[in-house]
Design a protein around this ligand. Structure first.
Ligand code: TPP
Ligand code: SF4
Ligand code: MG
Length: 446
């Protein structure tokens, strides 16, 4: 038995200051209580826990907790959560939503989430109705439910069976709970989080407003599911299920899906950034970087312009020259800010660029002698974007207020350069396919 300690987290620690706007009596209140109890039971570290949802009354739930949350897009919670878990396998990722969100618009994502078996815990508050949009039939609504004006004769089609679907598609943990039994539900959530792979917990959670008859569910639910790791046995139990059986139906033994090889390097290697610019706390040192960033960008554009001149690509040469002039203008603006500051001389190897070169210096391999103004704009945009990112990262990491203010201002200025360049694409549309084909290549073998 665990001994209670004063430091042990309490369910309340996982509640946010926001008060739920659900209708009084809505089952989702108890689901929230069960989730926060489960977090406390597992002593989840808040900053290592993420709660993702879609859209619907039930999908509001992450906002009422104090862990990280993402109230995403209708039907897309599992896609978002899968991406998050792949990128940050160290996080505990919980997903929540309703029957409409999960099985209607998000139905396809649900099938593939089960199949992928990524280590996520998916809690579906099933009230067999679209609550948020005022009571339309959902995929789990009974075929003869006639209370919606949209389907006055009833939906007329059989409801889908989420547990059957989950089992046949490969989910590794499948359970059903009831909001009216929050402590039993807490256990299911704890077990679901602990179990590797994709866990589905269907929660019967009445919508007292559009399905008031669901208040009777408390007399209809009953126990009966006992965990098995044999899918055939689980399937057999589902044949006898009246859709009100609670418990753990299936706890499989499949390993959860992980990325089999190294992830592709993200465009921003934040760890590298962090290492390189941590300690950029001196205004002089920062301005030395800002000056070098623009001056070296200008020098590189000049070099590219010269190369284009050599290859008789006059239009592109002129545009590269224009970009060089812009960079020189930005450098003089930085210099104006640096008049009263001691800007140190830094040897090339003393700069703390996140890459091998200053972020706004065009890569040599981004040029081609047949390139068009459209390509020049692409190169310039990439550079300005990298400059913006550099300044934003310095602003986020530095401990010096003045550096932070300057870096944030420069990041904003870079953003305006980006916006300005984007407008230029109207002037210089993308070239036709084959722009780089040359019947008489410059360096062809004699
Ligand atoms: C792309 C898109 N389509 C439709 C909607 C409208 N919409 C919002 S919530 C919802 C259904 C919610 O039902 P459910 O997931 O069962 O949640 P509940 O409100 O019952 O908890 C719909 C259709 C939307 N927000 N976005
Ligand atoms: S409409 Fe239904 S699901 Fe939405 S908050 Fe009210 S009772 Fe809950
Ligand atoms: Mg619903």
């Amino acid at each position: 038995m665990n001994i209670q300690t004063p430091q042990a987290p309490k369910a309340n620690d996982y509640k946010s200051d926001l008060k739920p706007v659900w209708c009084p009596g809505c089952g989702d209140f108890s689901v929230l209580a069960a989730i926060t109890k489960a977090c406390a039971e597992l002593a989840l570290v808040k900053e290592n826990t993420a709660f993702v949802s879609g859209i619907g009354c039930s999908s509001r739930i992450p906002a009422y907790t104090s862990v990280y949350g993402f109230h995403s897009v209708h039907g897309r919670s599992l896609a978002v959560a899968t991406g998050l878990k792949m990128a940050r396998p160290d996080l505990t990722v919980i997903v929540a939503g309703g029957d409409g969100d999960g099985f209607s618009i998000g139905g396809n994502h649900f099938l593939h989430a089960c199949r992928r078996n990524v280590n996520l815990t998916y809690i579906v508050m099933d009230n067999r109705v679209y609550g948020m949009t005022k009571g339309q039939a959902s995929p789990t609504t009974e075929s003869d439910w006639t209370e919606s004006d949209l389907t006055p004769e009833g939906p007329g089609v059989s409801p889908i069976m989420p547990l059957q679907l989950a089992l046949s598609c490969g989910a590794n943990f499948i359970a059903r709970g009831f909001s009216g039994d929050p402590n039993g539900l807490t256990r299911l959530i704890v077990e679901g989080i602990k179990h590797p792979g994709f866990s589905l917990i269907q929660v019967l959670s009445p919508c007292v407003t559009f399905r008031p008859e669901q208040r009777d569910w408390k007399s209809m639910v009953h126990g009966g599911f006992e965990p098995t790791n044999d899918p055939r046995e689980a399937a057999r139990r589902l044949l006898d299920d009246d859709h009100f059986t609670q418990g753990i139906l299936y706890a499989g033994t499949k390993a959860s899906f992980t990325v089999p090889r190294a992830m592709p390097t993200p465009t921003t290697d934040l760890a590298k950034y962090f290492k390189r610019i941590t300690g950029m706390d001196d205004v002089g040192e920062f301005l030395a970087h800002a000056l070098a960033l623009e001056n070296e960008a200008a020098a590189r554009y000049d070099e590219l312009a010269d190369a284009m001149e050599t290859h008789n690509n006059k239009e592109v040469a002129a545009l590269f020259k224009q970009m060089a002039d812009f960079s020189r203008k930005h450098a003089s603006e930085v210099a104006a800010r640096a008049t009263n500051v001691d800007v140190p001389h830094l040897a090339p190897w003393e700069f703390r660029w996140p890459g091998n070169e200053p972020p706004e210096s065009a890569d040599f391999d981004s040029s081609h002698y047949l390139m068009t103004p459209y390509h020049v704009l692409q190169v310039a945009l990439r550079n300005e974007g990298r400059g913006q990112e550099f300044y934003a990262q310095v602003a986020a990491i530095t401990r010096n207020d003045e550096v932070r203010k300057l870096a944030a201002t420069f990041a904003l200025e870079e953003a305006t350069h980006v916006a300005e360049l984007e407008k230029w694409f109207k002037r210089y549309p993308a070239p036709k396919k084959g722009w780089d084909e040359d019947s008489d290549p410059a360096n062809s073998e004699e």
